[in-house]
Structures are given as structure tokens and as C-alpha cells.
Design a protein around this ligand. Structure first.
Ligand code: HEM
Length: 117
């Protein structure tokens, strides 16, 4: 799951427009462009209370497995496997954090928890 965007900005050198591009208000050829990126699921303009944990949000807001051409290949396996892993843990009850969320690069890799009594 990706909580932080992979890159804060993408550097692109404008190559599509010709020398006359500036006449139409477009970026001139060779201009360096730095589009900033953010995680869409944390966009307050589209998601009500994005930092709150809420079950039952509409499915169209759910982009955990990506979107479009590169949607996660493993999503159908995950939809079965992840509940299979988490249900037994949650059934123990009293699940609490027992450490800090650890990352490998931008990806959360582990979170130690305690469960039960
Ligand atoms: C919780 C588990 C997982 C999550 C949240 C997840 C999420 C994602 C996301 C967001 C993407 C899109 C990346 C992009 O747009 O660049 C992606 C791509 C992909 N995922 Fe997953 N994934 C998970 C597990 C898996 C598993 C178990 C497999 C394999 C069995 C898998 C195989 C792939 C592949 C092959 C792609 C690339 C698809 C493409 O580029 O066309 N993923 N995943």
C-alpha cells in the first residue's frame, strides 16, 4: 500500500511542441517542467476526511490496486488472501500497535502489533 507518493515531482523536458509553441501560450520546446504529484486517495477535494479510517467508503474512491493500464496484476489474489491473513488476527481482539510502521523506500513494509489478552 502506498501512503506516500513515489516521487515528489517528475522532471520532464518538453519535447512535443515546436519552436512556435510560445505563440500559442504553450511551453517552448526544451523547457523543463516539474509537475508535483500527491497521493490521490488523500485528496480532500475528492475524499471526505481522507485521514480518517472509515469502512464503507464508495468503491470508486478505492485506488489501492492502482488504476487504468497498470492496475495491480495481483488484486484478485489479494482480495482473497489479505482478509484470510487479517481475519484471524482481528478475531483475537484488542489489536494494538507494538512498534512504529517501517518502510522500505516509500512502501510500508511492517508494523508490529499485539493482539489478544
Ligand atoms: C497488498 C498487496 C498489493 C497492493 C496494495 C498492490 C498494489 C499495486 C498497485 C497500486 C499497482 C499499480 C502500480 C502502478 O500504477 O505503477 C500494482 C501493480 C502491479 N501489481 Fe500489485 N499490489 C499488491 C500485491 C501484488 C501481488 C501479490 C502481485 C502478484 C501476484 C502483484 C502484482 C502486480 C503487478 C504485476 C503489477 C504491474 C501491473 C502492470 O504494470 O501492468 N501485486 N500493484
Amino acid at each position: 500500500m502506498l501512503f506516500e507518493n513515489l516521487r515528489q515531482a517528475l522532471e520532464r523536458v518538453q519535447q512535443q511542441f515546436g519552436d512556435r509553441a510560445h505563440e500559442c501560450g504553450e511551453l517552448p520546446k526544451g523547457a523543463t517542467v516539474l509537475p508535483a504529484t500527491q497521493s490521490a486517495m488523500f485528496d480532500e477535494r475528492m475524499v471526505d476526511g481522507p485521514n480518517e479510517f472509515r469502512i464503507g467508503r464508495p468503491a470508486y474512491l478505492d485506488m489501492h490496486f492502482g488504476y487504468g493500464l497498470h492496475t495491480c496484476f495481483g488484486q484478485y489474489v489479494n482480495r482473497v488472501q489479505i482478509p484470510g491473513i487479517l481475519k484471524p488476527l482481528l478475531k483475537k481482539g484488542n489489536v494494538i500497535r507494538a512498534g512504529q510502521l517501517e518502510y522500505q523506500g516509500p512502501f510500508p513494509s511492517s508494523l508490529r502489533v499485539k493482539a489478544g489478552n
